[in-house]
Design a protein around this ligand. Structure first.
Ligand code: SF4
Ligand code: SF4
Length: 324
């Protein structure tokens, strides 16, 4: 068999997933030995028209990172789906919508108004916002349409595998690439990461069953031994998929859920809200007054950004309902 043909693409994301590929260090040389990278806009100069000229299904594996935020993201998702035998949703933004997906609490008009007209640092006397078409003397210039709603990759095209994380760790990437080379991939639709919850690979000890107060990271100096949740920090390890090596926990930061939910959980945020509600309070206390409940809830400063930081577009809510 000849060399594999790989493609990498960057849609609506920060670019960290591209760096994660390079973080595989010398193992990237094994990839280059066994695979030709036929499309990777951040690294090689292959144009969209070149990809359009590829035969259908001629790319063996395409690693697609980033959410679907614009018409260009969607167009490239359809093109790369058509040209690839295997399409991998790579990273939290492609798998769940990720950080860009938090924009689903708003819409394009509100975002443009804030960013181009209202922010204190903006000087825009004409109130100009991005247009999709502009007739310049030299000809028409176009920009992609920014959508009101951010979507995960599988919400617009068929996806074969999911490789989550913000970004996916070099270990998980290497394992996935090895499985591809050895023809050892799991069934279509699988997530290429362990199924168990992060708490199961966490080195910290769970002692208490209740958390009396919720705190923010700057208010706590974790003792390095006890579960961060017990120390008042909202940690999403309970229902977040493992595989990252608990790297945030080892740096004394609570898990934010970037590996997405464990397989049995359909809504990562709702599940954690339910779990936190059941352990918030004092040991032995059966009921709480409404005032005490309100006080504890008010300690969670950013519920949406805490519980749905990476998964709003694939949650039951998906987005805020906007007035037309
Ligand atoms: S909640 Fe967080 S800190 Fe506690 S055991 Fe789970 S992953 Fe570790
Ligand atoms: S600890 Fe949580 S937020 Fe941090 S890398 Fe792991 S899954 Fe992601």
């Amino acid at each position: 068999m000849g060399k594999f043909k790989f493609a990498f693409y960057w849609a609506a994301s920060c670019g960290g997933c591209e760096i994660a590929v390079l973080d595989t260090d010398e193992k990237i040389l094994d990839v280059v030995e066994k695979a030709d990278i036929v499309f990777w806009p951040v690294a090689i100069d292959v144009k969209k028209k070149n990809v359009e000229a590829f035969q259908d299904k001629s790319i063996d594996v395409c690693f697609f990172n980033g959410a679907i935020r614009t018409s260009e993201n969607e167009e490239m998702a359809h093109l790369l789906r058509k040209k690839s035998k295997v399409l991998v949703s790579f990273g939290a933004c492609a798998c769940f919508g990720g950080i860009p997906g938090l924009a689903n609490v708003s819409n394009r008009e509100e975002i443009f108004t804030l960013v181009y007209k209202e922010l204190p640092s903006v000087v825009n006397p004409g109130g100009v916002t991005p247009q999709t078409s502009y007739k310049a003397p030299e000809g028409e210039l176009t920009l992609p349409v920014i959508y009101d709603t951010v979507k995960a990759l599988h919400q617009v095209v068929d996806v074969d595998y999911f490789l989550p994380g913000c970004p996916p760790t070099p270990e998980l990437i290497t394992k996935a690439v090895t499985a591809i080379f050895e023809g050892n991939l799991p069934p279509k639709g699988s997530t290429l990461a362990p199924e168990k919850a992060l708490c199961e690979e966490c080195p910290l000890e769970i002692v208490e069953k209740k958390i009396p107060e919720v705190k923010r990271p700057y208010e706590v100096s974790p003792d390095g031994k006890r579960c961060l949740l017990e120390q008042g920090l909202i940690c999403m390890g309970i229902n977040t998929r493992s595989g990252c090596g608990a790297q945030c926990i080892k740096a004394n930061m609570p898990c934010r859920g970037c590996m997405g939910p464990t397989p049995e959980v359909s809504d990562q945020g709702a599940k954690l809200i339910s779990a936190i509600a059941s352990i918030l309070g004092v040991e032995g206390e059966e009921t709480k007054s409404d005032e005490e409940t309100a006080r504890l809830i008010s300690q969670i400063r950013d519920p949406l950004g805490t519980f749905y930081r990476y998964t709003l577009p694939v949650s039951l809510l998906k987005r805020k309902v906007m007035q037309k």
